[in-house]
Design a protein around this ligand. Sequence first.
Ligand code: ADP
Length: 247
Amino acid sequence: MVFTISLIIGIWLIMNSSKKELDAAKARKNFLLSISHELKSPLASIKLTFDTLLKRNLDKNMVDKFSLIALKETERLERLVNDLLLATRLETIYTPTFEPVDIVEITKNTYHSFKSQYPNIQIEFDCQIPKLVLNIDKIGFISILNNLIENAIKYSVDQPIIHIYLNSNNNKIDLIVEDQGVGISESDKKHIFNRFFRSGNEETRNTKGTGLGLYIVKQMAKIHKAEVSVKDNHPKGSIFCVTFPKE
Ligand code: ADP
């Protein structure tokens, strides 16, 4: 009896650890494929833009248009490299700098910056309090905001409406980002905060990304002793909530 139970437990442990190994190998493969694509496509676009600018005698309007494309692609590369550096530093040497910051103001600034970057997307910001100073790591808080809003935009379809809320109650602050996008399956909800995790398969997927965004959100929330949760929006989409303690 004891032998049989030990054998079953042993087999279960081996299967469990080899499944974990396989999942990690799959995530690494997906990451390498996605990072290669993420690096290649903006570089190709920037190269093509400069080729066109050099070879053709374009008027000022066209030069401005092409320069803007190159600038946007360069910014995409910069965000990617920043995410990679931040994720690596979070694993090793990231030291947060806590300072008093008005989180209403930085949320509002981030919201305005997204609105001007994505004029065709309806983004709303709702906050009942005019000012709220918390002791936070500014880089960490901004990276939480950027990653959640970027995802809400990226995983939306048709005419998305995105809501950002900052709610203060008793001794907690909720930062909420709601979208009406593709939503997240119950099984994926368990994995989305893992490093390199992306839903689906890299060969068939058509959204850009590296699977680092929510990992950074989770780690930055942890640094602030904040909780991150995700639930379904109705009739469709997702709601991400980061709950910060006021102290
Ligand atoms: P990336 O967006 O680069 O793939 P993230 O770590 O930000 O990486 O997200 C991990 C995965 O979680 C995404 O690949 C996507 O499948 C899912 N996800 C994240 N945010 C959303 C969202 N707002 N709506 C639907 N799916 C999402």
